[in-house]
Design a protein around this ligand. Structure first.
Ligand code: SD4
Length: 320
């Protein structure tokens, strides 16, 4: 039984995929207790990074075509517009922590590869071998079934994106991912790119994206949602419209629908979500606790609706 909801939920935090539920609960607890937005977002993202059961983020993430887990993360402070990101980092336990610290700097705040690792080491951040036994096995299995040039991008690549708003109206956003499975070493997706994978401006709202990075970045999707809100559009409409416009733009060029999903929050804490998938789970948290929702797009008409999943849906869903 699906209960459609007419108005998008109101809250202080919103995050992508079911895998973010536990983290969002912990982050929301911090926000409710001490209103520390940065700490709340970093806590929520770290919870997903640390859990090897989630194969698309942090520890146990999806390896690249050389069998190494290469991670991207970013953080944006919507008050200062301060942005930090780390790109293609290996063996860094919590990339979001490095991105958060870098967001407080005004120069050299987006770092890739060795430079990012040097910064993390200077900051005393923890290292860890991020390749678990099961991600190594998954890699070896893939090598057996595909020739190098035919390697498939695994469908379960996902990004944890967390948007938050403090009681005083400060907004921020954090994202973390291992990107595409079997990606080329050094491949950069949308997630650590400002305006594509994330954007936060406390004067206008915040948005973040998950899905095929090469497609998302062609539309600077997160920035485009925030700009629609800045111009007065309702948050749910901004998500749907930005995504639809961009999807059509890609379609006209012959791109297939590889899946893109977005979440957003306006300056009052109203949330929105949209997807080109049939179903995209997201989580909203606030004073009244934490709740899972699903955004759904009719694949024929492009129409969206949101619903609260029941136990049956949760039991049967294969989505992260
Ligand atoms: C990337 N956007 O690296 C990420 C992956 C993702 O759902 O979110 N997939 O392209």
């Amino acid at each position: 039984m699906i209960t459609k909801i007419m108005n998008s939920p109101v809250g202080q935090m919103i995050s992508t995929w079911r895998m973010s539920e536990e983290g969002l609960r912990l982050g929301n607890q911090i926000l409710q207790e001490n209103d520390n937005l940065g700490e709340a977002i970093v806590r929520a993202v770290k919870c997903v990074e640390d859990d090897p059961a989630y194969v698309s983020v942090g520890y146990g993430g999806l390896p690249n075509r050389e069998g190494q887990v290469e991670l991207d993360a970013a953080y944006m402070d919507g008050d200062t517009l301060g942005t930090g990101a780390v790109i293609s980092v290996k063996n860094l336990k919590n990339p979001i922590e490095a991105a958060y610290r870098l967001s407080k700097k005004n120069r050299s705040c987006i770092l890739a590869g060795d430079g990012a690792m040097k910064y993390a080491s200077y900051e005393g951040l923890a290292y860890q071998n991020m390749l678990t036994e099961s991600s190594r096995k998954r890699y070896e299995e893939e090598l057996k079934v595909s020739k190098q040039e035919e390697i498939r991008a695994y469908e379960g690549h996902d990004t944890v994106c967390v948007i938050g708003r403090s009681r005083e109206g400060s907004m921020a956003c954090g994202v973390s991912t291992s990107g595409l499975y079997m990606k080329e070493p050094g491949r950069v997706g949308d997630s650590p790119l400002i305006g594509s994978g994330f954007y936060a401006d406390s004067e206008a709202g915040a948005a973040a994206a998950t899905g095929m990075g090469e497609d998302i970045m062609k539309g600077c999707l997160s920035f485009s949602i925030v700009e629609k809100m800045r111009n007065g559009m309702n948050v749910q409409e901004a998500c749907e419209k930005a995504l639809r416009e961009h999807w059509r733009r890609l379609e006209r060029r012959g791109y297939p629908n590889n899946g893109m999903s977005v979440i957003a929050m306006d300056t009052q804490g109203n949330t929105g979500a949209a997807t080109t998938l049939e179903e995209f789970p997201f989580v909203v948290a606030g004073e009244n606790g934490c709740r899972l929702y699903v955004a759904s797009m009719d694949q024929e008409t492009g129409e969206h609706f949101l619903f609260v999943p029941d136990k049956e849906w949760i039991k049967n869903s294969k989505s992260d």
